[in-house]
Ligand binder design. Sequence first.
Ligand code: DX5
Ligand code: ZN
Length: 217
Amino acid sequence: MMKIKIAPSILSADFSRLDREVKRVERAGADLLHLDVMDGHFVPNITIGPVVVKYIRKVTHLPLDVHLMIENPQRYLDSFISAGSDMITVHIETVSPALIKKMSRKLRLKKVKFGISLNPDTSLEKIRPVLKYADFVLVMSVFPGFGGQEFIPGSLGKIRKLRCLFKGDIAVDGGVNDKTAGLLISAGANILASGSYIFASKNTKQAIERIRNAKQR
Ligand code: DX5
Ligand code: ZN
């Protein structure tokens, strides 16, 4: 079985004390730190850019998993690489297959893992031809833009089908908590991004372990 990795999403952190929030999840056993970049175009919300990623890089040893929910991600790739990203995900809805190929080459040279994400209403057929360029696939289990939304159960079938086509890591993002995690792991996901569930918890370590060890169903 693939190692389960938990990636707290700082979208639900208290941004007025971001360094402490990052250290809180690092101490609690997070495997990655999920950073949500939104541009107000591809999604109806605006969050952080490379400058914040650069400063987060200084306060943690966790690998930075940067989720680009932006149009024209190719324009910003270099900035996010130099800011210290370890993993960069772009949305299939925002790029052509030719651009994916180009970005994958650049990221491989820079030793940054490349992820391709798809929205709940995007079919697997759309990413099938470019799966060979991806180190991992990020399946959205909510429509991107906000934390704290309800999990869309249809994403389970998508993960199951993807697991038959793709041998790399499968990440999932949106509505991941102690109740949905077991279903997602059984379906074949092995990287679980989770924002509101982890950051709202009083006992962060326990919240992370509850996702990691969720009973598979
Ligand atoms: C949503 C973001 C997610 C978000 C998940 O657009 O990509 O990473 O933080 O939040 P929760 O876990 O609260 O659904
Ligand atoms: Zn995300």
